[in-house]
Design a protein around this ligand. Structure first.
Ligand SMILES: NC(=O)c1ccc[n+]([C@@H]2O[C@H](COP(=O)([O-])OP(=O)(O)OC[C@H]3O[C@@H](n4cnc5c(N)ncnc54)[C@H](O)[C@@H]3O)[C@@H](O)[C@H]2O)c1
Length: 278
């Protein structure tokens, strides 16, 4: 694994400890897709630590169940979580609208309400635009774009007033790199869809925002970390010269969900070490 220590700030506070607690979030209910690993798992753990009950859902049901159990066990031993939430693992294929409805029903049955919905599940096919197959193009648009739209539809139907949706876009929405044409297109669509959703769902008092991460340390970027040339190129394009951690993305996520952001909607927050400017 790449060392993601912040060498410019060696005394830097641990990312988990530095987060504001947002006490108003305790007792609320969140749905997080793609929660079996990576950023989705970090969002799920972080929210539960702050007293939010979470239904974490993933296409990989076994890994989701293991992650939920791991987080619940850690919460029981975590001194930060004096009023922890509970995590329930569920399965979802975000390309299926009916799965989102079932997920919403599961959250309502388990916890009685839905306050937050994080459309996080995503895939990253690496292929030059000349070579990419119709199947790869369909898959990335189905998961990354339709998955967000279907999730927002289910959330809008069932959310409590004052609810908040956050979609996962990417720095790729505004930057182009070889081999990422379809992925960049899908994430640009998510950024735009976020604005359209914010305009329409504002009528119901629901806020919709996006997070646009840069290069974050998860399984999705393992191939970069395993290739010294790709890694050097990636870090060259990050003004802060290091990979980000999922916990560093959770901070802005928490802000967007919280009452501190109650007049913020239709916005994408870049969490990318500045890489959108390079
Ligand atoms: N890691 C990065 O550097 C980075 C940068 C920018 C944006 N993102 C975006 O952030 C989100 C999370 O990325 P990550 O790095 O944690 O990825 P990851 O690959 O570690 O995790 C993605 C999760 O989504 C799940 N998933 C995939 N297809 C699904 C489907 N059809 N239905 C339900 N679940 C499905 C996977 O099983 C997996 O658990 C994605 O939308 C990704 O595009 C990641």
């Amino acid at each position: 694994m790449t060392d993601n220590a912040d060498t410019q700030n060696p005394g830097r506070t641990d990312a988990t400890q530095m987060l504001a607690l947002y006490p108003e979030m305790a007792g609320k209910v969140a749905v997080v897709t793609g929660a079996a690993r990576g950023m989705g798992a970090a969002f799920t753990a972080g929210l539960a630590t702050r007293g939010v009950n979470v239904v974490g859902a993933d296409i990989n049901a076994d890994q989701m169940a293991a992650t939920a159990e791991e987080i619940n066990t850690a919460l029981a031993q975590n001194s930060l979580a004096d009023r922890p939430g509970r995590v329930v693992g569920s399965s979802v294929d975000v390309t299926k609208a009916a799965d989102h409805e079932a997920l919403a029903q599961a959250a309502l049955k388990e916890f009685g309400r839905i306050d937050f919905w994080i459309n996080n599940a995503g895939i990253f096919p690496f292929a030059l635009v000349e070579d990419i197959s119709p199947e790869q193009i369909s898959a990335v648009l189905d998961v990354n774009v339709e998955g967000v739209l279907f999730g927002a539809q289910a959330a809008a139907r069932h959310m409590a007033p004052g609810g908040a949706i956050v979609n996962m876009s990417s720095v790729s929405a505004v930057r182009n790199r070889r081999g990422r044409g379809a992925y960049c297109t899908s994430k640009a669509a998510v950024a735009h869809l976020t604005q359209s959703l914010a305009v329409e769902l504002g009528d119901k008092g629901i806020r919709v925002n996006a997070i646009a991460p840069g290069y974050i340390d998860t399984e999705m970027t393992r191939w970069v970390q395993d290739d010294p040339v790709a890694l050097a190129n990636a870090l060259d394009a990050v003004p802060l010269h290091r990979i980000g951690s999922p916990e560093e993305v959770f901070g802005p996520m928490l802000f967007l969900l919280s009452d501190s952001a109650r007049y913020v909607t239709g916005h994408s927050i870049a969490v990318d070490g500045g890489s959108r400017h390079v």
